[in-house]
Design a protein around this ligand. Structure first.
Ligand SMILES: [Zn+2]
Ligand SMILES: [Zn+2]
Length: 142
């Protein structure tokens, strides 16, 4: 999905949820749209050119986008999280370098079998997370 299409969906959903497009929200959204890989809240704040005191605002906006169904969290091994915009009903699994945090999308989803089993347990609204960690080629060499 193109970024412009995704932006239309986000604006539509924001409006439908009764949310307003504030100046700061626009900055955070612009930063997310300009990212070509998942980024930390701190990186997003910097890209959005918001002061350090606005980190909480960034988190609040990330939560809003998550509730709108257009933001995926990417957990790192150390428990911190990266964030990226994803189209509704899409999600990705990533290959993440544990040293430089370089992130690549894996073009597979191993979730179908897992979801089937979870449904067999009587669960609905099932989500799954699977990220793969390792050392990238560049970090291995250095
Ligand atoms: Zn690396
Ligand atoms: Zn999956």
């Amino acid at each position: 999905m193109k970024q412009t299409e995704l932006l239309d969906i986000i604006l539509e959903r924001l409006k439908a949820s009764g949310g307003r497009m504030t100046k700061k929200r626009e900055c955070v959204l612009g930063a997310l749209l300009s990212m070509d890989r998942p980024a930390s809240a701190e990186e997003i704040r910097e890209r959005a050119e918001l002061p350090a005191s606005d980190l909480v605002t960034v988190y609040r906006n990330l939560e809003t986008f998550e509730h709108l169904g257009v933001l995926q969290r990417v957990p790192l091994e150390n428990g911190t999280q990266l964030f990226e915009l994803t189209a509704p009903d899409e999600h990705y699994h990533h290959l993440i370098c544990r040293k430089c945090h370089k992130t690549e999308r894996l073009d597979i989803c191993v979730g179908h079998e897992v979801v089937k089993r979870a449904k067999a347990h009587g669960y609905s609204k099932i989500a799954h997370v699977m990220e793969v960690y390792g050392l990238c080629e560049d970090c291995e060499k250095s």
